[in-house]
Ligand binder design. Structure first.
Ligand code: NAD
Length: 469
């Protein structure tokens, strides 16, 4: 069978040794068939990246920036087509898909303009000691299915800027738009600098243990992240792991309830709740608990769900059948452990729809509170003591993000400092940008992405020490 979308290996757009059907989660039907790699093809991609790396690293930083800008231009010029494909494969509403593509080029251009100049650690009568940031070599970038294009390109940008080459592997349920970016890249980048291979969850181990791979940048679940760490250990590859989260939002008793409820909804229901840094459990003081629950329930009932290509839809389907089954299980737990005050059921149609759901009178101990739901189902938990609630927010092996909401920034700030996570937002949640370091505490990850901190994870720090005598 011929694939409608091909992989990019060594500068060529190639058929796979197999094919993979990509399902539109709004219809539960295949909408495109793409090329799928064998292990031999994955090995070819790594070999091509290895061969291309020295010449790529030998270019000037400005030349590499020029290539990344051209790729960003091509993505912008094809943004409509890419966004529609993204909605069809991922499920997110078209405006969210358009935003993902727009962010992708903003980030690519930003990374292309970054550099890590030589630092002078010491320069005196005796010694001159310099710190150089050298490329690591071949990077493998593994992406999840929630922001397929943005996350993949956020590995391509920093890797290529510093003179590394890369092999990208999208998630098996969302390879299509990424392969379309590969089609664009084929006529822009030198052969082998960017390679894209598709698997069916069967090439991760091969890619992350291959001796010619120097770094793995992985974004996905904590369970898989641990497998990646184990696999990369055999050759001590450099690792960046961006993993799961169970972000708590802590509301203080002085908030404007309506305004806060809107801020909470914007985070918790973005991409149908399938965002690593979505607000996933909300703690509200008893004094305003009923009012906040009622407000959230009203907003959830007003939130339209459906096929992301339909105008006005705010919550699309869950991305895949497995996630849909998990979400239905969370609804069962919620019925048993709490009280559903909005939504609470699968949606109409053949797609993987869950109605925007608010659950109140629920506590820790219920899977919906303790685990990452990755669904449009928000538990709202009552509290009386603020110190106790900060301890409860922190009582998890996750630590990606968190937020504190208050009319007093000073008051919120004091509590924000006590939340154990990579990011704490005050009066918002889920904001990120290429100049702000992003990463998880505890089992939410190792290392950071973005900013000079993130960029330096794609470099070997190499010291040159000169004896002046
Ligand atoms: P997943 O871990 O199931 O899959 C992620 C990727 O890993 C996919 O490409 C998959 O094919 C690949 N994979 C599977 N087995 C592998 C193996 N043994 N070795 C290497 N790779 C392997 O995650 P998912 O379900 O696609 O994504 C959802 C998860 O990702 C959530 O937990 C979410 O919080 C997390 N996430 C984190 C961030 C972040 O930046 N921290 C961003 C987005 C998503």
């Amino acid at each position: 069978m011929t694939a409608e979308l091909k992989m990019l290996i060594g500068g060529e757009l190639v058929e796979g040794d197999a094919t993979l059907d990509v399902v539109n989660p709004a219809t539960a039907k295949t909408f495109v068939t793409v090329a799928r790699a064998s292990e031999a093809q994955a090995a070819k991609a790594i070999a091509a990246a290895k061969k291309a790396q020295p010449a790529w690293a030998a270019l000037s930083r400005e030349q590499r920036q020029g290539y990344l800008n051209k790729l960003a231009d091509a993505i912008d010029a094809n943004a409509d087509k890419l966004a529609r494909t993204l909605t069809q494969e991922q499920g997110k509403p078209l405006p969210e898909a358009q935003a993902e593509i727009a962010y992708t080029t903003i980030f690519l251009r930003y990374f292309g303009g970054m550099e890590l100049p030589v630092e002078v650690a010491q320069d005196d009568a005796d010694l001159r000691v310099e710190v150089h940031y050298k490329p690591l070599g071949v990077v493998v970038g593994i992406a999840p299915w929630n922001f397929p294009v943005l996350i993949a390109m956020n590995k391509v940008g920093p890797a290529l800027t510093l003179g590394n080459t890369i092999v990208i592997k999208p998630a098996p349920t969302t390879p299509a738009a990424t392969l379309m970016v590969g089609e664009l890249a084929a006529s822009i980048l030198p052969p082998g600098v960017l390679n894209i291979v598709v698997d069916q969850n069967d090439l991760g181990g091969f890619l992350t243990s291959h001796p010619d791979v120097n770094k793995v940048s992985f974004t996905g679940s904590t369970v898989t992240g641990k497998k990646v760490a184990a696999s990369a250990a055999s050759t001590l590859k450099r690792l960046t792991l961006e993993l799961g989260g169970n972000d708590a939002g802590v509301v203080l008793d002085d908030v404007d309830v309506k305004k806060t409820a809107q801020g909470v909804m914007a985070s918790a229901f973005m991409n149908a709740g399938q965002v690593c840094i979505a607000l996933k459990r909300l703690y509200v003081p008893s004094k305003i608990y009923d009012e906040m629950c009622d407000e959230l329930a009203t907003l959830a009932e007003e939130t339209s769900y459906g096929d992301g290509l339909q105008q006005g839809v705010k919550v699309g389907p869950l991305q895949n059948a497995q996630q849909f089954e998990k979400a239905k299980k969370f609804l069962e737990d919620a019925k048993r452990d709490g009280k559903i005050i909005a939504g609470g059921a699968a949606g109409d149609g053949d797609g993987y729809f869950i109605k925007p759901t608010i659950v109140r009178d629920i506590k820790e101990g219920s899977p919906l509170v303790d685990e990452e739901q990755f669904a449009p189902i928000l538990p709202v938990i009552q509290y009386d003591d603020i110190d106790d609630v900060i301890a409860r927010a922190n009582d998890t092996n996750m630590g990606l993000g968190g937020s504190v909401w208050s009319s007093s920034i000073d008051r919120a700030y004091e509590y924000a400092k006590r939340v154990d996570s990579g990011t704490v937002w005050i009066n918002h949640h889920t904001h990120f940008a290429p100049h702000i370091p992003f990463g998880g505490a505890k089992e939410s990850g190792i290392g950071v992405e973005f900013s000079a901190h993130g960029l330096s994870e794609y470099a070997q720090k190499a010291v040159i020490s000169i004896n002046k005598h």
